[in-house]
Design a protein around this ligand. Structure first.
Ligand SMILES: [Zn+2]
Length: 264
């Protein structure tokens, strides 16, 4: 059988056409304008999108403000909506308590992570891309002076990723010890720190466990609780009564830690 001259076989076309049709039926946001807003010592880029919907809304995502406006508004109404949404989001930024993993990029600051203290060295650099180096108990960040909120978020993320690598063998050792002392499950496979936002941990059917690298910045007992929690999922892949009984068996005071995690 000869191979087709290109991969646009009739099947492919049909599939593509179907996909295109489906995609176009969904609302596609139109970038209306971009600006910036300065709050709490940070500069936030703002992107305003127009959408075929009734209400306007605002969110902060990765250090960026995203406004979604109804495209049915007049230009005067758009201006009013933008002003009131920026006001609302600015209040939210000011009220926001920084999370422990959103540490300030201050020279000489100390980061307390899982049983260690890291000293943060921040150096002003003329290069647009920051560099991050972790050696012994020191984290050196070279970044442009007064970085944008977005760049700060990126630097924090990279530091968490680098720290996660440093801690990876510690986590493996910890999990193995925990498993030996509790469940003694043969299903435990790999355990990995992940830069995940929505969950503290996850457990797959193949025995792979992921732990959020944000937990490195929280009290050790909270990290231990998430590890026990995920370990118990090796036996019960649900949050049923028997699952919680198992967690309680290995960590009687777990409910306290579970509640504490909700604060973050
Ligand atoms: Zn769970």
């Amino acid at each position: 059988m000869s191979s087709p001259p290109c991969n646009r076989t009739p099947e492919n076309w049909g599939y593509k056409m179907f996909r295109t049709k489906k995609a176009s039926s969904r609302a596609k946001p139109i970038l209306y304008l971009t600006t910036t807003v300065q709050r709490a010592g940070n500069t936030y880029p703002v992107e305003v999108y127009l959408l075929p919907k009734k209400n306007s809304s605002a969110v902060i995502k990765d250090g960026k403000v995203i406004l979604r406006l109804s495209q049915f508004l007049t230009s005067k109404q758009r201006e009013e909506h933008i002003r009131s949404l920026v006001d609302r989001i600015s209040k939210r930024i000011e009220e926001q308590q920084p999370k422990p993993w959103e540490f300030a990029l201050e020279d000489g600051a100390v980061l307390n992570t899982w049983g260690r203290r890291y000293m943060l060295h921040v150096k002003a650099s003329t290069k647009p891309t920051p560099s991050i180096r972790i050696k012994d108990q020191a984290i050196t960040v070279s970044a442009p002076a007064s970085p944008t909120a977005r760049l700060t978020t990126q630097i924090q993320q990279t530091v968490r990723r680098e720290l996660a690598q440093v801690y990876q063998p510690v986590l493996e050792e910890f999990m193995l010890g925990l498993n030996r002392a509790t469940l003694r499950s043969g299903k435990l496979n790999r355990v990995t720190f992940r830069e995940q936002k929505s969950r503290w941990g996850s457990c797959a059917a193949n025995g792979n466990i992921n732990i959020s690298s944000r937990l490195l910045f929280l009290p050790t007992e909270l990290l231990a609780y998430v590890c026990i929690h995920e370990l118990c999922h090796l036996q019960h892949m649900n949050h049923g009564k028997r699952f919680w009984a198992l967690v309680r068996k290995f960590m009687p005071e777990f409910d306290k830690f579970r509640k504490q995690l909700h604060q973050y």
